[in-house]
Design a protein around this ligand. Structure first.
Ligand SMILES: Nc1nc2c(c(=O)[nH]1)N[C@H]1C(S)=C(S)[C@@H](COP(=O)(O)O)O[C@H]1N2
Ligand SMILES: [Mo]
Length: 260
């Protein structure tokens, strides 16, 4: 009898389906790191530190597999590697709209009363008006936005380098996470290395015009190194923290790191 059969028999668990579930949890980057070791129950037990003696420990192991994805993506993320940029002639027109609601429910944010709040581990300016944000040095980029729902489009966004903004807000850049809360109650969060990446922009314009409501007025954090759902629109508050913040889609099972 094979070791795997003995193992399975003794535990009353179906090794093959557990291994299959674990593999489903692991997307490409984690698989690249762990290679063939994850193909056995013993390997899974070793990797996760779970004993796999009951359903509860198997579930705990599967949850760990999902966070291995985040760890693997974070490990493979090169903070100095730039995402591709494109000529303006390649901009997708019209650029698609997407949100967890229809376009007629896009929030209307009042520019005159709008304030961007910075909270958590930050010792500098904690409240920003739009005028103050517009007065900071601006740059623009033409990059590809990739949505997990199966479309991608090239657009041009302009705004403040997020690393610069964090510095001016006195953010503790040794913290693990930056979390975003939005006017439509959307939320997401990112790792600090991505927050500090040179192409991560707090954007105020789209295609040279003030960012229209559908694309996130008054601002969208644009990261060409991350999938669409990690790019929050209508941001109203930013929190620097060491406590895992999750997010709207992340809490429903989307991969947290969300690199493209
Ligand atoms: N506030 C907020 N930000 C959001 C979303 C949302 O529903 N609300 N959807 C995300 C998703 S899934 C995508 S693909 C992009 C779409 O941005 P766009 O409308 O500018 O194309 O916004 C992201 N940011
Ligand atoms: Mo998306």
């Amino acid at each position: 009898m094979s070791i795997r059969k003995i193992f399975t028999g003794a535990l009353g668990l179906d090794a093959e389906s557990i291994v299959k579930d674990a593999q489903k949890e692991l997307k490409a980057p984690a698989r690249r790191l762990f290679g063939k070791r994850i193909l056995t129950l013993g390997g899974l037990a070793m990797l996760s530190g779970c004993d796999l003696t009951n359903d509860k420990s198997v579930n705990a192991m599967l949850r760990k597999m999902s966070s291995f994805n985040d760890d693997a993506q974070a490990l493979l993320f090169d903070p100095n590697k730039l995402a591709p940029t494109y000529p303006e002639s390649m901009i997708t027109r019209p650029f698609p709209f997407n949100a967890f609601y229809d376009i007629d429910e896009v929030p209307e944010v009042d520019a005159s009363t709008y304030r961007l709040q910075v909270g958590g581990l930050a010792k500098g300016q904690r409240v920003w008006t739009l005028e103050e944000l517009r007065a900071l040095p601006q740059e623009s980029q033409v990059t590809r936005h990739i949505c997990i729902e199966g479309w991608s489009a090239i657009g041009k966004w302009g705004g403040v380098r997020f690393a610069d903004f964090l510095k001016r807000s006195g953010a503790d850049t040794t913290a693990k996470y930056v979390a975003f809360h939005c006017a439509d109650n959307y939320s997401t969060s990112i790792d600090m290395p991505t927050a500090l990446h040179a192409q991560t922009l707090l954007t105020l314009t789209y295609d040279g015009q003030v960012l229209p409501p559908k694309y996130g007025f008054p601002m969208k954090l644009r990261m060409p190194t991350k999938l669409g759902y990690k790019n929050p629109k209508h941001i109203v508050s930013i929190t620097v923290t060491n406590d895992y913040p999750g997010g709207y889609w992340e809490n429903q099972g989307y991969n947290w790191f969300g690199g493209s």
